[in-house]
Design a protein around this ligand. Structure first.
Ligand code: AVJ
Length: 308
């Protein structure tokens, strides 16, 4: 049994306001449901990111200002999205070496296969493990472009997002560039729909966390007795996702009993939406010299380059 997972779950569910961390969504079943989410009509984020990378890679690469550089992907995943971006860069005759960083060695193996199948000439050096530790140890002759794409930063609250970027800043040298994607504030109906789809795929994604606890931590959640409740606050730009208990009930996890009142909420995730203003505040607070934004047509999403 994964002791950290067990401890986090019991701690989170013992709080007055119950919580479970969204980082535990992604077991094999969760990965598959997330793939379905990315195909959903309502889930606009991947299309926006792709639109920017499809139409503006040349502008972005010109802004890098380097002929030869290393690309370091934080939380690189299977590379299925990055490969198009990397292909465009090599088509512009830039010399690049790609370092995909991820916790999972398995996913990095797939990443390398995906990338090299698409771009045979590229050098790929996957490194598994905690990416801050890896980033700190990497020694480069070339400037590096550090990618944090997929709007992953949205799962942090604003304060943690700034701290996260500051930690990267501290590991960058003067030539390095940090490239982050941010989902922007927009029509609140559109945001809410992305986390509250008609077919209930997002609901299934959330409730899979309870199933995972059943599978891995010997739990006995009756999934039918729980529901999903997403909520978007357009002022703060925060989407909150909750699971709630439909009835009074007691659940057992290993040998711990956890009681729920009817309609009691478990907070599971935030997905932060940004204004360009807030991103610029990050730049100033952290001490970056400049930030440049690349937006989609609909001004719905930003890829921002931070220079030191
Ligand atoms: C992977 C963090 C970008 O918050 O939009 C999608 C995860 N959660 N639907 C997001 C997610 C529910 C997603 N990110």
């Amino acid at each position: 049994m994964n002791q950290t997972f067990y401890k986090d779950v019991i701690e989170g569910l013992s709080k007055h306001q119950k919580t479970l961390s969204s980082k535990y969504f992604y077991d094999d079943a969760g990965d598959k449901i997330f793939q379905e989410i990315m195909q959903m009509e309502e889930y606009y984020l991947p299309q926006c990111e792709l639109e920017i990378l499809n139409n503006q890679t040349e502008k972005i690469v010109n802004s890098f200002g380097y002929e030869s550089f290393d690309i370091v992907g934080l939380g690189a995943g299977d590379g299925s999205k990055t490969k198009h971006f990397l292909k465009r860069i090599t088509d512009l005759n830039k010399k690049i070496v790609y370092y995909p960083l991820d916790i999972s060695a398995d996913v990095l193996e797939t990443n390398k296969q995906n990338i090299t199948a698409h771009i045979p000439s590229i050098q790929v050096y996957p490194i598994a493990g905690d990416y801050f530790e890896t980033l700190d140890k990497l020694i480069h002759d070339n400037p590096k472009i550090i990618l944090f794409l997929g709007s992953t930063i949205g799962n942090y609250d604003k304060q943690s997002a700034e701290l996260f970027m500051k930690k990267i800043y501290d590991m960058m040298d003067e030539r390095d560039i940090l490239m982050v994607s941010f989902d922007l504030k927009k029509n609140p109906h559109k945001v809410l729909a992305a986390y509250n789809d008609e077919k209930g795929i997002t609901k299934r994604f959330n409730l899979n966390l309870l199933k995972r606890i059943n599978r891995e931590l010997n739990g006995n959640f009756d999934i039918e007795q729980f529901d999903h409740y997403p909520y978007y606050d357009p002022i703060s730009g925060t989407t909150y996702s909750y699971i709630f208990s439909k009835i009074d009930q007691t659940v057992t996890i290993e040998n711990q009993e956890i009681s729920f009142k009817a309609n009691e909420m478990i907070h599971t995730e935030i997905s932060q939406k940004y204004s360009l203003n807030t991103i610029e505040t990050f730049k100033n607070n952290i001490g970056f010299k400049s930030v440049e934004h690349f937006l989609d047509e609909g001004k719905s999403y930003a890829i921002s380059l931070f220079k030191k």
